[in-house]
Design a protein around this ligand. Structure first.
Ligand code: DQA
Length: 143
């Protein structure tokens, strides 16, 4: 089964969105990095992004049956969405929360994420490499 890699709101604009914080790589660049890292480990990824909370929840529910592990950058919804947390709590596969920036070093409202309550582990602060490292962790945990 593939590793699902989900990205939340505003990450479609990666590369042009506050590049001093999130880097110059586009989400397409990040997808290629994830695909390459997965294939080097003999694995595959399903890579998706949505600006919509309900769409992300639908994909998390889908991952219950279709994925071996889930990498999720919930973006702003990590800080707000109990519904996303509730969906994640139904997963029996490893969940790796991933952030490009290090939210713990930023504004106080970014210090808490609901997603962390359901995550197996968190990778933050390494830019696009956070996703690669998260895919690696997902592969290891679901081996
Ligand atoms: C983010 C950090 C969040 O605080 C922010 O709302 C994002 C991106 C990150 O990848 O660093 O949209 O998840």
């Amino acid at each position: 089964k593939p590793i699902y890699v989900l990205s939340g709101p505003n990450l479609n604009l990666l590369g042009t969105r506050e590049p001093e914080i999130y880097g110059k790589a586009t989400l397409d660049d990040v997808r290629v990095l994830c695909e390459q890292r997965a294939s080097s480990l003999g694995r595959s990824v399903v890579f998706r992004q949505s600006n919509h909370e309900g769409q992300l929840i639908d994909w998390v529910q889908e991952a219950r049956k279709e994925a071996c592990a889930l990498v999720i950058n919930p973006a702003g919804y990590g800080h707000t969405s109990i519904a996303l947390l509730d969906a994640l709590k139904m997963l029996e596969i490893p969940i790796i929360e991933c952030h490009l920036s290090n939210p713990a070093a930023r504004e106080a409202f970014r210090h808490h994420t609901y997603v962390s309550l359901a995550a197996t582990g968190v990778v933050s602060g390494f830019g696009a490499a956070s996703y690669e490292l998260a895919v690696e962790a997902a592969a290891k945990l679901s081996a």
